[in-house]
Design a binder for this molecule. Structure first.
Ligand code: KIV
Ligand code: ZN
Length: 396
């Protein structure tokens, strides 16, 4: 009998993290970033060990071209990717922008759904299929790393999607992205698309499949994880879930779900998660998009506890109400917020932290005053507590 000594982490498959904060994220209305801001963000993403940074859409403007080119010059650890439509001019401009990169990628795409082909492209499916082959082959002549995306893949007729993916693989694509462009898919459905393509398209074993999920129904993270369960080994994400309309899958949520639930999902990323909060705050500062207080992982309240029952549990053992350590995502630490729901245990600990060791009577008096104040005031700060304790001591 052999003993299996492997831990779950030995079995975990590596999922490539592709950040599109500076491309799809910047497409959020009002979120444009300056060149200097993008250079700084690229360094943060590199420190975080994001595998691929989609730095922009070089043909879209001279500014976008310049930022992709400059980021290609300064980043050495991550692959730098530029976006290009299926035309020659787009692809060549993109190739030029990523040329200085130590590792560069051309990401080319075309729509494959009936509604996009008919109304947006005004092209017949056969023409689209030809363009897939031509665009990928052209990109592959200019760069060894080519990603091809079927825009609106989740509303694409399945047989046609298989044929397009096969054409892209034959023409030399190394990554195949299956975007849920309009945030329409459902986790079980998205997982099944990957299983189908990986099982049925010739050559699928030789490429990496990728998720790219939008959040129109609030399912972007769930769908990304389902895609990984279906066989995808790259996730396209953006810091704080920035992106077109309701945004893209949030980098911090997908990465932490893979890390925290590695026992079940058996996947992990190479992301140094302690840089996550820094990235989130930086993106929020430069775009002016606030991070909601209760946002998973990076929100101000993500590791804050106010109720007495929770605070009491946390003081006994942090695992009672926290499934990850705040330090692991770069948040300072657990925050036991003093408010009207707080209990005596947390209040006593707070006083200790502020340098007070009160006897039972003084503690009771101070706690009563604290509760009265908390009923009237939304935020009770340390200074408020010091003042009321001093008051209670003086009058006692
Ligand atoms: O959502 C989408 O389909 C895209 C593609 C360009 C990959 O952003
Ligand atoms: Zn997108």
């Amino acid at each position: 009998m052999t003993t299996d000594t492997r831990t779950p982490s030995d079995d975990r498959s590596r999922v490539i993290v592709f950040d599109t904060t500076m491309r799809d994220g910047e497409q959020s209305p009002g979120a444009s970033m300056s060149l200097d801001e993008k250079l700084e963000l690229a360094k943060i993403l590199e420190d975080m060990r994001v595998d691929v940074i989609e730095a922009g859409f070089p043909i879209a403007s001279n500014g976008d071209f310049e930022s992709v080119r400059r980021i290609s010059e300064i980043v050495t650890e991550s692959t730098i990717c530029g976006l290009a439509r299926a035309g020659q001019a787009d692809i060549e401009r993109c190739a030029e922008a990523i040329r200085p990169a130590r590792r560069g990628r051309i990401h080319t795409f075309i729509s494959t759904s009936p509604v996009h082909m008919k109304w947006k492209l005004q092209m017949e499916p056969d023409t689209v299929l030809e363009m897939v082959t031509k665009s990928v082959a052209h990109a592959r002549n200019l760069c060894g790393d080519v990603e091809w995306s079927a825009e609106d893949a989740t509303r694409t007729e399945r047989d046609f999607l298989r044929r397009c993916v096969e054409a892209a693989i034959r023409a030399g694509a190394t990554t195949i992205n299956i975007p849920d462009t309009v945030g329409y898919t459902y986790p079980s459905e998205y997982e099944a698309v990957f299983r189908d393509l990986i099982e049925n398209v010739p050559g699928a074993d030789n490429v990496i499949f990728s998720t790219h999920c939008h959040n129109d129904l609030g399912l972007a993270v769930a769908n990304s994880l389902a895609g990984v369960q279906g066989g995808a080994r790259q996730v396209e994400v953006a810091v704080n879930g920035m992106g077109e309309r309701a945004g893209n899958a949030a980098l911090e949520e997908v990465v932490m779900a893979l890390k925290v639930r590695g026992d079940r999902l058996l996947f992990d990323t190479g992301v140094q998660t302690q840089h996550i909060t820094r990235a989130s705050r930086y993106v929020s500062a430069i775009t002016g998009f606030p991070v909601q207080y209760n946002k998973a992982i990076v929100g101000k309240n993500a590791f804050a506890h106010e109720s007495g029952i929770h605070q009491d549990g946390m003081l006994k053992n942090a695992e009672t109400y926290e499934i990850m350590r705040p330090e692991d995502v770069g948040q300072g630490g657990t925050n036991l917020v003093m408010g009207k729901h707080s209990g005596r245990h947390a209040f006593r600990e707070k006083l200790k932290g502020l340098g007070y060791e009160l006897g039972q009577n003084a503690l009771n008096e101070a706690f009563q005053r604290f509760k009265d104040l908390a009923d009237k005031k939304k935020d009770v700060y340390d200074d408020d507590i010091v003042a009321l304790v001093d008051d209670a001591l003086a009058s006692g």
